[in-house]
Design a protein around this ligand. Structure first.
Ligand SMILES: C[S@@+](CC[C@H](N)C(=O)[O-])C[C@H]1O[C@@H](n2cnc3c(N)ncnc32)[C@H](O)[C@@H]1O
Ligand code: SF4
Length: 344
């Protein structure tokens, strides 16, 4: 990508409208450009052939499409593919493509590293290097070879989406608008630990599904695992969620990594049921991907099954998420950390 020119990919229709008016192009060209970008997925302004040669030249002076292919792809034996994208001079981010029967999900990153510093997360260990722009987020979706066959997008890669909400909301708009990908918001899930500045705004401004990373119902324990609990406690998150209707199209789920001997007892399951009482939601149990230098182990499958069955029997539908791509360092942040260390 030419770094001197501004990327068009990632611009919303209203941003394109401002752009064309400033460049002196006819108003209707904004919609034409959006269609070339998001429906025909061109990689070069010269391919926008219903714009006059003069107008394309004008655009070319300052702008570029701004699509950049992944720099690395690592395929797992189970079909999962981890893509590495270069951002800026030194950094890289990851996306994971997960094919599963009739679904093809892409797990995208929203930040380079993360400020939230969760004890169990490799991305958290990297620290925070910066927000991804809407261009860099959408680029992950648009440039992989499987782009046109994707059925779902999950914001469960590197970073905390609610900590970069302006850019994430732009991408959600492009993905769900008539001028953009025209996807149903039901195909998109945004995962969060809960960040005060951003959480309610997301609920108000987006119809996409929400996944809250909970990991334990006990506040003191959550604080140890996830410092973000200090900023927005899980009890408050649940109270905010009670004001929204999740009984129709929009789905609410809670992500729960199961750590051996830490949060996998029936007493934890009981407390979780109390906390979620009356909320229309489901729980996804996640197997822990061990990371270096962290004294936590994943629960065994038998314990996870007992925990799942207890929750489901007591009215909260619970699943165990299949662990994918373990042979390719699928724990988020692993591949980019290796790349970082290589570059040092
Ligand atoms: C990487 S985060 C990104 C989205 C957001 N920051 C969050 O935490 O929900 C996506 C999910 O991966 C989980 N996760 C992080 N590190 C993990 C690990 N080592 N093993 C399993 N899941 C992990 C998080 O708890 C979260 O539920
Ligand atoms: S789990 Fe999510 S919020 Fe926590 S450090 Fe990792 S990316 Fe950030």
């Amino acid at each position: 990508m030419n770094m001197d020119k501004k990327p068009l990919l990632g611009m919303t229709l209203s941003e394109l409208q401002v752009l064309v008016s400033q460049a002196g192009l006819p108003k209707f060209t904004a919609k034409q450009i959006a269609s070339w970008l998001y429906k025909k997925k061109v990689t070069n302004i010269d391919e926008m052939t219903n714009l006059s040669k003069k107008n394309r030249d004008l655009l070319n002076q300052e702008y570029t499409v701004g699509a950049a292919n992944p720099i690395q792809a690592v395929k797992s034996v189970d079909g999962t593919i981890k893509y590495l994208f270069s951002v800026g001079d030194k950094n890289s981010i990851e996306s994971v493509y997960i094919p599963d029967e009739d679904r093809a999900t892409l797990c995208v990153s929203s930040q380079v590293g993360c400020k939230m510093n969760c004890l169990f997360c490799m991305t958290g260990k990297q620290g925070f290097s910066g927000n991804l722009s809407a261009n860099q987020i959408l680029n992950q979706i648009q440039t992989i070879p499987e782009s046109d066959t994707l059925t779902n997008i999950v914001f469960m890669g590197m970073g905390e989406p609610m900590d970069n909400l302006d850019e994430v909301l732009k991408v959600l708009e492009i993905l769900t608008s008539d001028y953009g990908y025209k996807w149903s918001p039901k195909r998109i899930t945004v995962s969060t630990v809960g960040v005060r500045k951003g959480f309610e705004r997301f609920l108000q401004e987006s119809d996409c599904h929400l996944a809250v990373s909970i990991h334990t119902p006990i506040a003191s324990q959550r604080k140890d695992l996830m410092p973000a609990e200090k900023g927005l406690p899980i009890s408050e998150i649940v109270n905010i969620l009670r004001d929204y209707d999740f009984s129709k199209q929009r789905r609410l789920s809670f992500e729960y990594i199961m750590f051996k001997g830490v949060n996998d007892s029936i007493s934890h399951a009981k407390k979780l049921l109390e906390l979620l009482d009356g909320l229309e939601c489901r729980v996804n149990l996640i197997r822990f991907h061990a990371i270096p230098n962290v004294d936590l182990n994943g629960s065994d499958m038998e314990t996870m099954t007992v925990f799942r069955d207890y929750l489901t029997k007591n009215g909260v539908f619970t699943t165990i998420r299949a662990s994918r791509g373990e042979d390719i360092f699928a724990a988020c942040g692993m591949l980019s950390t290796m790349e970082k260390n290589k570059n040092k």
